[in-house]
Write a protein that binds this ligand. Sequence first.
Ligand code: FAD
Ligand code: SF4
Length: 511
Amino acid sequence: MPKTLRLILGDQLNSNHSWYQNHSDKYLYVLAEMKQECDYVVHHGQKIAAFFLAMAEFGKHLSNQGHKVIYLTLEDTEQYQSLSTMILAIMQEYSLENLEYQQPDEYRLREQLQNINIPSTEFDSEHFLLPFDNISVQFKACKAVRMEAFYRRMRKRFDILMNHGKPEGEQWNFDSENRNKLKPSDFEKVPEPLVFNNSTKEIVERLKKHNIKTIGQLESSIGWPVNRQQSLQLLSYFCQFGLPLFGQFQDSMSDKSPHNWSLFHSRLSFSLNTKMLSPLEVIEEAIVAYRKSTGDITLAQIEGFIRQILGWREFVRAIYWVNMPGYAQQNSLQADHPLPDFFWHGKTKMACMSNAIGQSLKHAYAHHIQRLMITGNFCLLAGIDPQQVDAWYLGIYIDAIEWVEMPNTRGMSQFADGGIVASKPYAASANYINKMSDHCRTCHYDAKLKTGSKACPFNATYWHFMDRHRKRFERNPRLTMTYRSFDRYSSTQKGEILKHGQWCIDNIEQL
Ligand code: FAD
Ligand code: SF4
């Protein structure tokens, strides 16, 4: 008879966890679809469907292995107000004596579980490379830390792409060789994305029945991987077709190329964040592909990819935990404008914005530069309330879980943490977007103009942003040149640009 409830959260689908290495009747494993997880923000329909499908697949996998599992659908859990009340009810129903759980990655859920008044034990989730205890040793709350130094320590510690204590190729960073724009002559190299055909029919019905509000497109099937086998397939497909040009086109954006929503990106974030894949195995598989390739995958490509997982992903998790719960309230630039309506339907004359938002609604996915330099940049320049920006990002993306979403959004993209993550705001005018994308060519607006009805809104709002935060940023060495070039305009020109910037902010819904 089981004595212990072992709770498995929706992002804890790690089949290699030590919990599952031995079978024992002592444990009852519980996976549950909960309303509280569906409505703390409005999620993309594909995101909820992918989580529920992946949880159900994981439950089946454990049952097939001989573990005792119960899977509760929204139907079964609708009577419970919260996760805690559900746990207490199951413990009573099955006469269980204690609760075991893996450490949740979200502060909110950890608080909830730690506050249940029953004997309980927390286990490591056995997923991340940096042990949880090391976070407070390497990071301090409210203190600016740079990813690069952390990443180099991680490379050394895990001996990844190292050669006798030195970085392979004698360089830590190959960004200067990457960051190319995708030209029409490159279009034929863009791989067709590997998508699966996972039926969502039952889930769609359940969501309707339980009045779960969602955003975005959810059809009768989704293309996201929902089990380990599909995740491994996607990993190997990426190593073969995406990795050879990953770094080179990592920052480029297009609405003219085929498969422009996926380009050379891995789309492994859902598999990683649900722990169907471990970061170490993704890194190792990519390195095997690099070593086997006969020059097809260069060091610049593999380093660019490893940096994202070994560096950024582990880094933002540490930033989250060392700064929570205060991080969720930070608004250092005192941004307070509401999020424009077009974030929910994508209808705007700005081609770059309508493309990034449109594909997010269609696929629950946008790649990093679309999130950072298009939608994030727009919100930063326009001074949108970070609470609303966070809620949008947390809802819309397939991979959005607070520990990774918040430091990226509030920190990196909105500078709301006052510079803990970024040494300067990621603010850019149309010049950057035009350099990295083909959106401007067919846009209603003109990327070169700063004022007038045809002027690209990113230009005047960029200078409006710089001007309204002059006191804070003027002496930042990375922005001195920016202020110097603005000051080269005559005061009449400056006045006109700032006036147009203010007009864009006041008339944001019309842009
Ligand atoms: P690839 O480009 O193929 O990169 C490979 C992997 O590296 C990703 O799967 C991811 O696990 C990791 N990675 C890359 N960049 C980052 C980063 N900055 N932080 C953490 N991991 C990274 N990522 C999420 O997983 N969840 C989020 O909710 C999320 N929100 C974001 C919000 C904003 C405003 C920004 C700017 C970035 C956000 N990111 C988030 C980071 C990044 O955009 C996504 O991880 C990436 O786009 C996922 O697509 P991919 O798997 O194709 O990534
Ligand atoms: Fe975006 Fe401006 Fe370019 Fe249009 S002109 S696509 S709004 S950057």
